[in-house]
Ligand binder design. Structure first.
Ligand SMILES: [Zn+2]
Length: 275
């Protein structure tokens, strides 16, 4: 294969691939082999996969928007209930920042794998819709997504665009339910809230059945998602971690890749002959 080829995913543009040299016994070659031999492969993604798309991990204090506030306070369910104006001040900016962001090559590599039946699904902690935009079909968004907002009183639901229009028209910047006037809440899991049981159940099912679980761009520190790789491991599957920096589960990882997430996934797609 010529060096620096490109990976095409229908409707997703072309992915330029750098010329990285891989030897047959490199961790990456080993991972590709494991994936080829596995009956079931699942990916679990976190904030790190969206960083190349220009989305900072907003849970990290001192980075990105609202440098001087603690997101765990302002993006907390109690803050939404007690001070929706302040909450929407924060979330409105977050929506604006996510507006127009696009999937990157790491998202696209997972789509290519799925289309070639080398990936059964993606479980994501991200709410940014980038896996959807890239074209992932089997997607479990365990922290919800910003795609919709809903009324906590009557369950009415509006799209992201409608919520933003309502917020722009409201004097206090708080989008409200057309029926009952209650503040709308983004359908994301806020701090202080439990994960949606259905999504979590599906995530557990996928991880238990996975012969290879790819943990990508997640520090694997936020529970209960951080416990998912243990389900794969306990069921006899292989855990691979593709994340910069240490994670609490490095010990159980059969393969550990620490390079740039886009570079690693481009190289993986190439090793799987998807480019
Ligand atoms: Zn309502």
């Amino acid at each position: 294969m010529p060096a620096g080829g490109s990976l095409s995913v229908a409707g997703a543009g072309s992915i330029p691939t750098p010329a990285l040299a891989e030897t047959a016994d490199s961790p990456l070659a080993r991972l590709a082999e494991l994936i080829r031999e596995a009956g079931s492969v699942v990916a679990l993604t976190g904030a790190g996969i969206s960083v190349p798309s220009g989305i900072p991990d907003f849970r990290s204090p001192g980075t990105g928007l609202w440098r001087h506030v603690n997101p765990m306070e302002v993006a907390h369910i109690d803050a939404f209930r007690s001070d929706p104006e302040r909450f929407w001040g924060f979330y409105g900016e977050r929506f604006a920042m996510l507006d127009g962001t696009r999937p990157n090559d790491a998202h696209r590599a997972l789509v290519a794998m799925e289309r070639h039946e080398q990936l059964d699904g993606v479980i994501t902690q991200n709410v940014d819709m980038l896996h959807r935009k890239a074209g992932t079909r089997e997607l479990v968004e365990v922290h919800g997504s910003i795609a919709t907002c809903s009324c906590q009183s009557c369950s009415a639901s509006v799209s992201l665009e409608q919520a933003r229009a309502l917020a722009a028209d409201a004097r206090d910047g708080v989008p409200r339910c057309a029926s009952c006037g209650e503040p709308l809440k983004p359908d994301v899991v806020l701090f202080g809230e439990l994960l949606p049981e259905q999504a979590l159940g599906r995530a557990r099912e996928l991880c238990e059945a996975a012969q290879v679980l790819l943990c990508i761009g997640s520090s694997l520190e936020v529970h209960p998602v951080a416990g998912l790789p243990l389900l794969t491991h306990q069921a006899g599957g292989t855990v691979a971690i593709i994340t910069q920096g240490p994670t609490p589960l490095d010990e159980i990882a059969a393969v550990r890749l620490e390079g740039d997430v886009e570079d690693e996934l481009r190289a993986l797609a190439r090793a799987l002959s998807l480019s």
